[in-house]
Design a protein. Structure first.
Length: 373
């Protein structure tokens, strides 16, 4: 048994304090040895090299308790770990690695199926997916099987450090649509960042109270007022229900063009904003391409601008008229970090205060929805 000392600090509020940890052994074949089905079990499944060992090591606060194989797909057993003498983690063999012989990998399927069907104390499965890639045929086969067995399943998207933070929520939405799974069943994880096990989990929509101006940056350019609002799903869900639906529908209506812009720039993640210009005086002029965003010490000009209102291209405003467009920036614009808006010498660098408002509202939404922080 391992000592209660872990490689990572814990606190009184830590939901999983590791007091004891045992490697119980491995199940190598159908009807082979396995621990007595006494304690509740949680199984971890996923494609080879998706990051199961890294996730398990993080969960149990150890650097190398679950072995990270140098050759993906080599683990051929279901390995069992007893935690705090209260429950068991079951690490299933990874699937889908091309360099492992078909004969050997096909032998794991019946063993995994036997385990999932014959484990009376199995409480659920954590299914891992690489955030960078669409689900493979093997992933879909596993999910179809889990649905057939009726095992509750939670999805963890791994390797989120490979994308900008602003792109992760978008990928979770895409994976949810592809698999017909609610976004609330996804958790983001990276082995290389802090607080990975919580990630930026999407709160449920319909409980927010923020107004659009609460999550916007503003510049008074004299004859024109500029407003910029990030169309980031994790932020939009904090808006009032009507505002959330309207802005999400707006973004989805331009989804095809946004994806085309991303492909034009080599498939890079993008950050999408709604930017509007309001005329303070008659015949006010505005320059759409001059709206820049600063993030991480870098200044970003829009990749492209998708007009929403008739007359946007004329770049002229009547008094009290508004012209709007969807702006597509590089995905390195990270809206969960301080950003600044700049236009014709004006600057709004108050996003840090907005982030505090966002975090307070996110906690309130979880409380209203009955979800833990």
């Amino acid at each position: 048994m391992t000592s209660p000392d872990s490689d990572a600090p814990t606190s009184a509020s830590d939901p999983l304090v590791i007091r004891s940890l045992d490697f119980m052994g491995g199940m190598a074949e159908i009807d082979g040895w396995r621990p007595d089905a006494v304690l509740p079990e949680i199984a971890f499944a996923g494609r080879s090299n998706v990051g199961k060992s890294s996730l398990l090591n993080k969960l149990v606060r150890r650097k190398a308790f679950a072995r990270v194989s140098k050759t993906p797909g080599r683990t051929r057993e279901i390995n069992f770990f007893r935690v705090n003498d209260e429950f068991v983690f079951a690490d299933l063999p990874g699937y889908g690695y091309a360099k492992i012989s078909r004969e050997r990998s096909s032998a794991w399927g019946p063993m995994i199926e036997s385990y999932l069907r014959r484990s009376p104390t199995l409480r659920g499965v954590v299914q891992l997916l690489d955030v960078r890639h669409d689900p493979t045929d093997d992933d879909r086969t596993m999910l179809d099987f889990l649905a057939d067995v009726g095992v509750p399943t939670l999805f963890v998207v791994t390797k989120t450090d490979k994308l900008s933070k602003g792109a992760v929520s978008g990928r979770i939405l895409e994976l949810g649509k592809q698999l017909d799974v609610p976004e609330e069943q996804f958790i983001a994880f990276s082995a290389t960042t802090q607080n990975d096990t919580t990630g930026r989990v999407l709160v449920p929509p319909g409980y927010g109270t923020l107004r659009q101006d609460d999550i916007s940056l503003h510049i008074d350019a004299g004859t024109v007022l500029v407003r910029a609002l990030p169309l980031e799903e994790s932020i939009l869900r904090l808006l009032t229900p009507d505002s959330y639906r309207a802005l999400r529908d707006l973004k989805e209506s331009d989804r095809a063009r946004i994806n085309a812009i991303s492909r034009r720039y080599g498939g890079r993640p993008v950050s999408v904003w709604l930017i509007s210009f309001y005329g303070v005086e008659p015949a006010a002029r505005f320059t759409p391409g001059d709206v820049t965003v600063t993030s991480g010490g870098r200044e970003f000009r829009p990749y492209d601008i998708l007009p929403l209102t008739v007359g946007f291209g004329e770049q002229r405003l009547r008094q009290r008229e508004t012209q709007s467009a969807v702006y597509v920036y590089d995905g390195d614009v990270e809206v969960d970090q301080p950003v600044s808006l700049m236009y014709e010498g004006g600057v709004d660098d108050g996003w840090e205060d907005t982030l505090q408002r966002i975090e307070r509202e996110r906690a309130m939404v979880r409380a209203r929805a009955g979800k833990p922080n």
